[in-house]
Design a protein around this ligand. Sequence first.
Ligand code: MG
Length: 371
Amino acid sequence: MSADRAAPRPVEVTLHRVRLPLVRAHRAAHGSEALREVVLVEVALDDGQVGWGECSTLARPTYSAEYTSTAWAVLREVLAPAVLAGEAPRVVGHRMAVAALASALADAVLRDVGRPLAQELAAHHGTSPRAAVPAGAVIGRGTVDEVLEEVAAELGAGAALVKLKVSPDPPDLAAAEAVRSTWPDVALAVDWNGTADPTGLRRLDGLGLAYVEQPAPADELVTSAAMAASIGAPVALDESVASRGELDAAVALGAARIVNVKPARCGGPAPAAELVAHARNAGLEVFVGGMVETGVGRAAALAVAALPGCTLPTDLGPSRRYLSPDLTQDLVADGHGRMVTPTGPGIGVVPDPERLAAATVDRWSATRPAP
Ligand code: MG
């Protein structure tokens, strides 16, 4: 991230480990979370400016190898000391921890120059951010009645697409069929989170899906390509793609026609914006997904979703869907179900101090070593 003048130096990094009850449990094929435990990174610059970033790991290593306890350790032992020493952090993997620190630094530097992150990212790619982003609704696993009820509510709120979390379990397949028969024309997608079997894959392919997300496990691109060839709907990859190299491999194998770019998973907003551009150049459709973030992480992700290269509805939703109240001022949809791009400097939101204090279960801070 660049600014028009020399960037002030970070002098303090504070980690806030927070635990927040979700409005409803997040239920996917990889597990269920009723509490969201993430690390917020606060960076203070030598001019007094402060920036915020979120490490959106899950509490257990079920979605990715990285999880909240490993992120806490890497941020504390490696990333924060490197940044405070004025060195570029060098780690293999741990992209969510890297993303949190990168996001906090970008937020602080952009606040200094009064520039919104969405504008900075778009300008870097020769374009302008969209003021509002068409958004879909991601519906967790549940009984047929629960799923139908939730879909009805989200369509009523203007969702541009409905994505169902599914597994090979019969109730998940039945719920998808019930949604399609109730709403024959709605844009419908499914996310297998790596658990699809050939029978379920073919059965749901009959529903005329907008896309089928992550049918095969993250590292099984050849399987993903075979699955993509066996169905009519396009395959979207999420867990499989966090870098240009992984995207190139997926494209070369024919494993995906769509990519879900999650800034938290791709090393932060700037690398995510690069990946969006790279995917578009490779002929893929793109959307920005989320990690059930607090407002800090979701605002940063929305800045990426506002890029015109994100051609499909984002998964990012309004605060009311996840946390009530949010840790920050609420992120909201306009009257047409589109997410409003934050327009304030940096990520455009800050944590509410009282809510942050109430949610904090651990805190760690370090300052720049004396020269
Ligand atoms: Mg997904």
